[in-house]
Write a protein that binds this ligand. Structure first.
Ligand SMILES: Nc1ncnc2c1ncn2[C@@H]1O[C@H](COP(=O)(O)OP(=O)(O)OP(=O)(O)O)[C@@H](O)[C@H]1O
Ligand SMILES: O=C(O)C1=C[C@@H](O)[C@@H](O)[C@H](O)C1
Ligand SMILES: [Mg+2]
Length: 180
């Protein structure tokens, strides 16, 4: 129950914010998308091409199961992680779950130049993001302990909000109690 888990749609900033929060709190950072790529040795578009989305989701669930056993990590998840109920159960039980929110307009702007998101390689990425949002927003909310809007917030204040909330849950012991 000691992890920080970032969930939310593509372009919400899970990977970016997660890395900074981890540095700020001096915790290890793990990105489940990157972990899937590390284990397979290929990038996410290649997994989608050869195994389809279902194959990718199987790999994602296996990685989430392993990562949720760890303690004291900051975990950035993929945008579709909440689609599988077993992932939702595991994530909710493994730490503080932060839902990073961004409007579809912001998501589009932040993902425009990136070719690494197979679900957005369509003629109408806006319509795709809107339909994903309708399905997934209730699922993100179902397991979120905290919802952070990122549209108008500076990256720095988002990082501070998350770190503060985490510290409140796990206050630093007074100096005389700390191991030397
Ligand atoms: N709070 C923010 N303000 C401004 N730009 C941001 C913010 N968060 C992320 N970005 C930028 O948006 C882009 C996408 O962010 P990022 O890759 O962190 O999203 P993600 O939520 O991890 O997406 P995915 O689910 O596809 O992995 C990056 O180029 C990043 O620099
Ligand atoms: O929203 C999604 O379903 C995805 C988001 C990315 O993080 C990757 O996990 C992958 O491109 C699928
Ligand atoms: Mg990411």
């Amino acid at each position: 129950m000691s992890n920080i888990i970032l969930i939310g749609p593509m372009g919400a900033g899970k990977s970016t914010v997660g890395r900074h929060v981890a540095t700020h709190l001096r915790l290890p950072f793990v990105d489940s998308d990157k972990e899937i790529e590390r284990r397979t040795g290929v990038n996410i578009p290649t997994i989608f091409e050869y195994e389809g989305e279902a194959g990718f989701r199987d790999r994602e669930s296996a990685v989430i199961e392993d990562l949720c056993r760890r303690e004291g990590i900051v975990l950035a998840t993929g945008g579709g992680v909440v689609m599988r109920p077993e992932n939702r159960t595991r994530l909710a039980a493994s730490g503080l779950v932060i839902y990073l929110r961004a409007s579809v307009h912001t998501q589009l702007r932040r993902t425009r130049r990136d070719r690494n998101r197979p679900l957005l390689q369509t003629d109408n990425p806006r319509a795709r993001l809107e339909s994903l949002f309708k399905i997934r927003d209730p699922l993100y909310r179902e397991i979120a302990d905290l919802i952070v809007e990122t549209d108008r917030e500076h990256l720095r204040s988002t990082i501070r909000t998350i770190a503060r909330r985490f510290r409140r849950l796990r206050p630093t012991p007074p100096r005389h109690c700390q191991a030397t």
